[in-house]
Write a protein that binds this ligand. Sequence first.
Ligand code: ATP
Ligand code: MG
Length: 392
Amino acid sequence: MKELVLVKYGEMALKGLNKKTFEDMLTKNIKRRLKAIGNFKLTSAQSTTYITPLDDDIDLGEVVDRVGKIFGIAALCRACVCEKDFDDICNKSYEYLDEVLGCARTFKVNAKRADKAFPMKSPEICAELGGKLLDKFPHLTVDVKNPDVIVTVEIRDENAFVHAENIKGAGGLPVGSSGKAMLLLSGGIDSPVAGWMMAKRGVHIAAIHYVSPPYTSDRAQLKVEQLCQKLTDWCGGIAFFCVPFTELQEAIKDHCPEEFFTIIMRRLMMEIAQRIAAKEGCLALITGESVGQVASQTMAAIACTDAVCRIPVFRPCVGMDKTEIIDISRKIDTFDISTLPYEDCCTVFTPRHPKVRPSLSDVEKAQNSFDFEPLIQKAVEETEMKLFNYEG
Ligand code: ATP
Ligand code: MG
């Protein structure tokens, strides 16, 4: 029996003339993600992509796991391929659905007839196949309102398909379809979630991380690299930039008033991020900030940080509670890495009494007491890049 995976488009199904571009991008992303596990044929029609395995030993469960993390997909399922012949549909259904229907008590049949030349209409297919399944599995009853199993028959151009599962896809838009942005990735809980949320909107992510050795350890950097690796499951390839930040942080400590340490540090982070973003073709920055979470995330503090930014800064977690952010981090499996205990550069030289409502002119005055430009340039030059991609 031939089996394949059907992928139904999400929001991109609604894109008018651009649909083909989105579709091509999704197909490319699926191909890249499946390359390591075998050869597949991908075809698209009627807002669906068909993933047909070309090798015998391919684990379709693994295909579903991987494709379930690709953005742009509303739903997916494994399905049995049938001839466009009602008898073949019935015979294959008995065998293919034997296990699921064996365990179920109630079911209904749902038919979709995309090929109107097929001699039976949808209600007729439902009634006839329903009757045959009742004969074959006499323990079953039909429940049209709340069945244990929905058997779906799709009559398409070349084949008919039967399936009994409908798995929710990752939603969103294909990664790459919205351009590229630079994620400020710390080792914390929020920024990986922020990156994931923007990738969901089709943004291809690059990541930047600031390290302050010897105040921060190699293990802290390694933890962020692990986060990057984890994010590739959803985000695809990620260029990771690691910025040496020690000299800048020491200069802040030596030359600026303590109450402004954090806010000036954040302004310098943004400055460096946007310079590297420009070189990499990134059109925006992304952070994991959420209003009110800490002193540097009050509206006044965010305004002072934003004042140095020449490109948009996306903060997708801005209106979320910590518990909501944690729920997502568990779902995308970054939580356990994020909660490893290593120091982040943000916790180096933290002021005892940070200004909660800093005024921009005070911050600028405090920052202008030292010329950071040569150190900024040096940090940008000494930034190292590493590429992360799908594991296996
Ligand atoms: P997170 O959980 O993402 O670390 P947070 O609640 O700890 O966020 P802050 O430490 O104030 O908040 O950092 C706010 C944002 O600044 C982070 O979400 C991240 O985008 C960015 N950021 C903080 N530290 C770093 C770092 N060392 N490298 C890169 N970006 C950072
Ligand atoms: Mg943090």
